[in-house]
Design a protein around this ligand. Structure first.
Ligand SMILES: *[C@@H]1O[C@H](CO)[C@@H](O)[C@H](O)[C@H]1NC(C)=O
Ligand SMILES: *[C@@H]1O[C@H](CO)[C@@H](O)[C@H](O)[C@H]1NC(C)=O
Length: 401
């Protein structure tokens, strides 16, 4: 049943991409078929020179109204459900008016729903209704229902306004890497999205901000011991290739790059499970709170060294540990937690659910916007005023300090 639905949706997507207008008029029984609504692409900066991302970490959606909340005051328990998660998502979208939403995994809590498709549809509904481009990666709980990780990612990629991908297409991979085709990647949900410069600017037709999404897996057994998943070498190989491809574009626009240092692409990465080095941040200056141990894999696959060697990734946004919401710097790259978003997810009583906002700002040239000049972040709590906290600059092109 599920497979046939997926298959049908897939056929429709193909029909749509072939511009078959009749698809709109097809009926099954008496129900008009739904054709995926796509956002206006490419993603690009606004004419005010900004691009705002809402990071939603760990929604842990179940089935909706009957799914109870965890770690809320006992007085709140009776009237709290997944609908509070939905309400928070709607409120914050309305309040912050992001250009894009990044869901960093554990979007649904598989074991609390008998139907993964239904749960996903409900969980992402506010993003779809807002008509905002959005993308998701998987956590370690998404596949604990009726879909495996591949099915989840293909379903997610077919939802309205989703720009998620199961994995990069062959053309995407080879365009970015100039022919060095990398297709065999571990996991599902490894892809890159380009954000073009402001309309009408010199950089209107090229990516000035790359968003890398990676599948950090779920659980693994290493030498008989259970641990969390990790980002594999095949994924890092793909990432290095894509990043090099973008940075290589510099040569194509050599004059541009000389005139505009900010034309060098800048990147952000999103995945679910933290890397082991995040533990070291306990002993360093951080912005935000470190209220629980870092639950990561026992395997260190060298993600940090890869990111450092690439040079374009300025910040990484993770989830998984709901009671950590801090940003800390590892070898020049910021690692920021989203802080738990969902009410069915564990949390801390009296510590409101929260979300992270990330804003990239362009450099103002004499008569047009240029490349990325600054990246800022802050969080908002799901309280009455959607309180803002911990605003900070993550990266600046012209370092003044
Ligand atoms: C959940 O939502 C209900 C109704 O919208 C509200 O009354 C209640 O306070 C919310 N609970 C929490 C913990 O935010
Ligand atoms: C970008 O592309 C549009 C449409 O193809 C074109 O009109 C515009 O001149 C291009 N801008 C730049 C800076 O290349």
């Amino acid at each position: 049943m599920l497979y046939s639905l997926l298959y049908l949706t897939l056929i429709l997507a193909i029909l749509f991409s072939l511009h078959t207008q009749i698809a709109h008029k097809l009926l099954i029984g008496h129900h008009p078929l739904h054709v995926k609504r796509s956002p206006h692409l490419p993603l690009r900066f606004s004419s005010d020179g900004t691009f705002k991302i809402l990071q939603v970490a760990d929604m842990h959606f179940g089935t909706g109204m009957v799914t109870s909340c965890r770690d809320v005051l006992s007085s709140e328990f009776a009237y709290c459900s997944d609908l509070n998660t939905t309400r928070f998502l709607k409120r914050i979208i309305e309040f912050e008016k992001p250009d894009f939403i990044a869901f960093t995994g554990d979007n649904i809590f598989g074991s609390s729903t008998p139907d993964a498709a239904e749960s996903l549809l409900r969980a992402f509904a506010p993003a779809m209704e807002a008509g905002l481009p959005w993308a998701a990666v998987l956590g370690n709980h998404d596949q604990e229902s009726t879909m495996n990780r591949e099915e989840l990612m293909s379903f997610i990629s077919l939802l309205d306004y989703s720009v998620s991908q199961t994995n990069p297409s062959v053309e995407d991979a080879s365009r970015a890497t100039k022919g060095d085709i990398i297709t065999d990647i571990d996991g599902f949900g490894n892809y890159n999205l380009e954000v073009y410069g402001a309309p009408g600017s010199h950089l209107a037709n090229i990516s000035v901000l790359d968003l890398f999404f990676l599948d950090s897996g779920d659980r693994e057994v290493v030498q008989g011991v259970k641990t969390y998943g990790w980002i594999k070498e095949s994924q890092l190989h793909w990432l290095r290739g894509v990043s090099k491809g973008y940075q290589g574009q510099k040569e194509d626009r050599h004059l541009l790059a000389e005139a505009l240092p900010s034309a060098t692409p800048c990147a952000l990465a999103f995945f679910h499970i933290p890397i082991p080095e995040v533990r070291q941040l306990y002993y360093q200056n951080i912005i935000g709170q470190f209220l629980e141990g870092v639950a990561c894999s026992s395997v260190n696959s060298g993600v940090l060294q890869t990111l450092v060697s690439m040079g374009d990734v300025k910040a990484v946004f993770i989830g998984h540990d709901h009671k950590n919401d801090f940003c800390g710097n590892l070898e020049g790259i910021w690692f920021c937690y989203g802080g738990g978003f969902g009410y069915h997810a564990y949390g801390r009583v009296g510590w409101p659910r929260r979300a992270r906002i990330i804003v990239a700002e362009l450099e103002k040239g004499d008569n047009s916007w240029m490349g990325v000049e600054r990246i800022r972040t802050w969080k908002r709590l799901d309280d009455e005023k959607l309180s803002k906290l911990d605003e900070q600059v993550l990266w600046e092109l012209h370092q003044t300090r």
